[in-house]
Design a protein around this ligand. Structure first.
Ligand code: FBP
Length: 548
């Protein structure tokens, strides 16, 4: 394989781990837990796994001789930097616990479990992926584990390979299904345990016990490098407005973190849009006003950050999407129609009058993007909706109107960008490399402790890695009831941006200055892997501000 010198050097990087995980470890059992909402419904749905206690790992003077076990691992959903290190941490720790332990990787996501596609992960394979980005060691996929047939098929391969536990590395949806699987196996009297690990660049799998999901740090640093470069270009050429859409599906954590790192002129936060009940026109007006003001100061350039899920947070469009979700769930034939025109016509015939108005108010391309097939978990595929282009078109029109009214004297030239896939497979930052490796080690300890329906948790993440705390959180603790594909279901509650939280408050305090001043841009530069700790190991601004 051809390798860059950096890649070769990164293989040698030794992830930093919490002191508590270094030598012999014992488990401390905490208080029983409750789900964050809808307790009765969740308890009814998860009679076996509901209410399990929190657990913590502590140093121990006693070495335990663990029996030999086999474990399976699955990478689920979108790629996130550090996934390979979760597997490396899991592998190393399993071997340390008993050198005869074996690790099987299921190929291509949860589908590999159902279809019995797997490979044994050996030291040679693991060594070739240490501290690297991507999920290519075993591949990932979005197959949803939901039917009894799938669960039974999974059980058959676990029995065949004598697998004691499966570690599912995924986001909120995948961990929701991990818990459903854990509950099913318990109900069936099977001993197969399921352990989750919190993955997603979106940063929306977090709560009291999960401070952040892995991959968020690296992805935001990659996007921020690119945004910083664009800002340098914008300030040098002084002729373009850059509309930059950033991944993050629903929550605006990525947009907010990049904003804190780069200080762009305008940052749109979906959660704020929803809280203030902004319409699309309100957003366009706000952008146009800033552009006009900067033009008055001779600054016909700037940067605007846009979260990819924005449209879902605008009340009228949210209603439209909800109806489209139900229509798509009930009318499979829409997806089989051959042309976009046929699809558009079909939808307009069955939409309610109120939502039809919104549908027609959008450019046809965007209306069709909103009508695309949902992913296997019922989510709109927001990465395919070109909101930045929609805003450019609408802002351009509004500025022309303002010009005719004498309210705008500038020149508007725009460039559109979408940063998403660029960041998902980047080489993990030291933070993500350390965090992920520690999550893998923690997952192995939860397995040998006999836990199921738990998520590995590493806390105190703004401290030096040696001071991090490790434990396990019952997944049912994170559940609430939500409507998915037209039905109320128990799911892990997504963490949206908290408008009362320190990260958003920091943006709010500085927003006006960043909008109007000539030079407040910050250029974060590339991720640094070698060098002083304050440059290389720094966690996200979001984590730092949240822990104040
Ligand atoms: P996960 O929630 O599975 O981690 O994926 C998040 C994400 O990267 C979103 O930011 C984005 O909207 C989506 O995946 C894109 O999905 P796909 O990889 O299927 O195009």
């Amino acid at each position: 394989m051809n390798e860059s010198p950096l890649q070769t050097a990164r293989y040698e990087y030794q992830p930093k781990t919490p002191d508590v995980l270094r030598d012999n470890v014992m488990i401390r059992v905490g208080e029983p837990t409750e789900s964050i909402a809808d307790r009765q419904e969740i308890q009814r749905a998860f009679p076996n796994t509901y209410g399990s206690p929190l657990v913590y790992f502590e140093k121990s003077a006693i070495k335990i001789d663990y029996p030999q076990i086999n474990v399976g691992v699955i990478l689920s959903g979108g790629q996130a930097p550090g996934g390979h290190n979760v597997i490396a941490g899991l592998f190393d720790s399993l071997k340390k616990l008993n050198s005869n332990n074996r690790l099987y990787g299921f190929l291509g996501g949860p589908g590999g479990l159902i279809e019995h596609q797997y490979k044994e992960l050996t030291a040679n394979i693991i060594d070739a992926y240490r501290n690297t980005g991507g999920f290519d060691i075993i591949g990932s996929g979005r197959t949803k584990l939901e039917t009894e047939e799938q669960f039974e098929s999974g059980l058959r391969i676990c029995e065949k390979l004598n697998i004691k536990a499966i570690v599912i590395i995924g986001g909120d949806d995948s961990n929701t299904n991990a818990c459903i699987l854990a509950e099913y196996y318990m109900q069936k009297g099977s001993d197969v345990q399921i352990i989750g690990c919190p993955k997603t660049i979106d940063g929306d799998l977090k709560n009291e016990m999960i401070e952040t999901s892995f991959g968020f740090d690296t992805a935001c640093k990659v996007y921020s490098e690119l945004i910083g470069n664009i800002q340098r270009d914008a300030g040098s050429a002084r002729k373009y407005w850059h509309f930059i859409r950033l991944m993050g599906r629903s929550a605006s954590h990525i947009t907010l973190e990049c904003s804190l790192l780069c200080q762009p002129n305008i940052t749109i936060v979906s959660e704020e849009v929803e809280a203030k009940n902004f319409t699309l026109n309100d957003i366009v007006e706000d952008i146009a006003v800033v552009i006009a003001k900067r033009a008055d100061a001779g600054l016909n350039f700037g940067t605007i950050l846009i979260p990819e899920g924005l449209l879902e947070f605008i009340s009228a469009i949210k209603k439209l999407i909800a109806e489209l979700n139900d229509l798509l769930a009930d009318n499979n034939e829409i997806l089989n129609l051959n042309t976009n025109d046929q699809k558009y016509d079909f939808i307009t015939k069955i939409l309610s009058e109120e939502n039809k108005k919104t549908f027609f108010s959008l450019p046809k391309a965007i209306a069709l993007q909103l009508s695309l097939d949902r992913d296997s978990h019922g989510n709109v595929q927001v990465s395919l909706i070109e909101t930045e282009k929609l805003l450019i078109e609408m802002v351009g029109k509004r500025l022309e109107q303002m010009k005719s009214e004498g309210k705008y004297k500038g020149k508007f030239s725009s460039v559109n960008h979408f940063f998403g896939y660029e960041g998902r497979c980047a080489s993990p930052s030291n933070f993500d490399a350390d965090y992920c490796y520690s999550l893998g080690v923690t997952a192995s300890l939860l397995v040998v402790a006999g836990k199921t329906g738990y998520m590995a948790s590493i806390k105190n993440l703004t401290a030096h890695a040696s001071k991090w705390l490790a434990g396990g959180v019952p997944i049912t603790m994170m559940f609430n009831m939500e409507k998915k594909s037209g039905k109320l279901k128990p799911v892990i509650q997504k963490a949206l941006v908290n408008l009362d939280g320190e990260p958003f408050k920091f943006l709010q305090t500085n927003r006006e200055l960043w909008a109007s001043a000539e030079d407040t841009f910050v250029y974060p530069g590339a991720i640094q892997y070698f060098g002083p700790s304050e440059v290389c190991d720094k966690p996200t601004r979001t984590l730092l501000l949240e822990s104040r």
